[in-house]
Each structure stands twice: as C-alpha cells, then as structure tokens.
Design a protein around this ligand. Structure first.
Ligand code: BGC
Length: 271
C-alpha cells in the first residue's frame, strides 16, 4: 500500500491526455489516492481503456472520455459527461500537450497554431469549464478545504528558452501566467491553481532524447541528479499538490527536473 492511499477520498478528478505518459501515471496516482478519475484521451481508445481497467482492477473508479482539448464544444461535452457520471468535479489536471519542433524559419503557421491550440488554449478551455463547476458547487468541508484544485502541467521550458521549439516554449510561458492569473482571480473563492514544470521525463514525447545510449549520455549531462525522470515522479507530486496537505499553495510552480533548471554547467565552480 502506498502511503498516499486515500488522501483524496470522495473527490473527482479529470486528467487530460491521460492515456499515456505523465497523464496516465497521474491518473493512476490520483485513483490510488482515492479519487474517481476521468481519463481524457484523443484518437485510439485502447490505451485509455487500459488505463481505466488498471484503475478498476486496483479497486478505483474511472471513465474514459474522448475529447480534443482545443475544441470548445468537445471540452464542454466532456465536462458535462464527467459531471453527469460522477456528480461534480474537484480536481483538473491540465496535462495534454504536444511538440512540433522546427527551426524557426521553417516553422509553419500550422505548426505554431496547433501547439498553441493544444498546450495553451486547451488549458484555458478546460480550466474555464472546471472553475465554473467549482464555483457552482463551492467548498464541501467534508471533502476538501478548497472548492477545487487545478494543476497545469507546464515544463521547465516555461523558464528555459529552447531553440527550434519556439511554439512549445511560448505555449509553456503562457501557461505560467495563465496559472498565476487564475490563482489570483479565484483564490478568494477557494480555488487553488498551480503548475508543475517537469524536466526530462521518460515518455514517448522525448524518446529521441533518451532512447539511445549516446542521446541519454548527452541528456544526463543536463540533469545534476543523474537520472531521467519517471512519469510517477510527476503523478506523486500532483496527488500531494491536490491534497489538503498543500492547502496554502496557490499560484506557484513546482519544478520537478532533477536539477535541470539549476544551471548545471556552473557546477564545477568555474565561471
Ligand atoms: C519536453 C521534453 C524535454 C523536457 C526537457 C519537456 O517539456 O516535453 O521533450 O525533454 O522538457 O527539455
């Protein structure tokens, strides 16, 4: 039994992009903590159904819902279906994200727009739907001290500029100020909004960066802690951030990167 067991009982969580990677691990961690989980996905339903089956096999409750987070009508329909199924919503994990890396002068408007649409507009649309439900329902003292919690999965690239990833870095910089602004706007109504900024986490999105010994070697030079992150490193932190143990935390970014943002090139003392 994990020590996190049942710190989120009677709560309902929606995780976007939950059929793989960080989203999947986060959905499983939330379920292990006692939350009912909506597993949002796009495209092939099988990985999402697998995530639901894993949660149910562990004794949890879950439901897969397909929706493109950048599509307003689909997002609205997803939240309606989720709330109809589980009664309300307490937690949103804005996780769905994509990369379309290109040298800047070769980046098409479509490359730019798609990344902004999913990574930033998708977070806006889902946060808006979630906050509307949090405000409608208000605080349930026996469930949580907050009316609702949002964790936006950002990236170390909300701080670190990234050549050939202008669309991605711009989207994550946008997420940072979206989080801070929502936290400011809704704190008085007991809605907490935070970001998690993962560094290099071993998922399909960055397989090229860890999938060969040479690439892994190069990547590890950027990570003082000496290992690539696992999706569970993020899932565990999300659970804590959504729990009442973190009730006074809003508008902040928790960096989970094994030290990637600590300027590792300065670690020898030379300057
Ligand atoms: C990106 C990964 C990258 C990591 C560290 C993440 O936001 O999605 O592709 O490995 O940042 O650079």
């Amino acid at each position: 039994m994990s020590p996190q067991n049942h710190i989120l009982p009677n709560q309902v969580a929606l995780v976007t992009g939950a059929s793989s990677g960080i989203g999947r691990a986060t959905a499983l961690a939330l379920a292990q903590a006692g939350a009912a989980v909506i597993v949002n996905y796009i495209g092939d339903s099988k990985p999402a159904d697998d995530a639901v089956a894993s949660i149910e096999n562990g004794g949890g409750r879950a439901l897969a819902i397909a929706a493109d987070v950048s599509n307003e009508a689909q997002v609205e329909a997803m939240f309606k279906q989720a709330i109809d199924a589980f009664g309300t919503l307490h937690i949103l994990i804005n996780n769905a994200g994509i990369e379309k890396d290109r040298p800047f002068t070769e980046m098409s408007l479509a490359d730019w727009q798609q990344v902004i649409d999913v990574n930033l507009t998708g977070q806006f649309l889902c946060a808006r739907a979630a906050i509307r439900e949090f405000l409608r329902r208000g605080v349930q003292q026996d469930v949580s001290k907050a009316a609702g919690k949002i964790v936006c999965i950002s990236s170390v690239h909300q701080y670190i500029p990234w050549a050939q990833h202008a669309n991605y870095a711009a989207s994550k910089g946008g997420v940072m100020l979206l989080v801070e602004t929502l936290a400011q706007e809704f704190a008085s109504r007991k809605v907490r909004v935070n970001a998690i900024a993962p560094g290099a986490i071993k998922t399909a999105i960055n397989r090229h960066a860890w999938g060969t010994p040479a690439a892994l070697d190069k990547l590890l030079q950027m990570i003082p802690y000496g290992r690539v992150g696992e999706a569970e490193d993020i899932g565990n932190a999300v659970v804590w951030l959504c729990s009442d143990a973190a009730d006074y935390i809003t508008g902040t970014t928790l960096v989970i990167d094994g030290g990637m943002t600590l300027y590792p090139s300065f670690s020898t003392g030379q300057g």
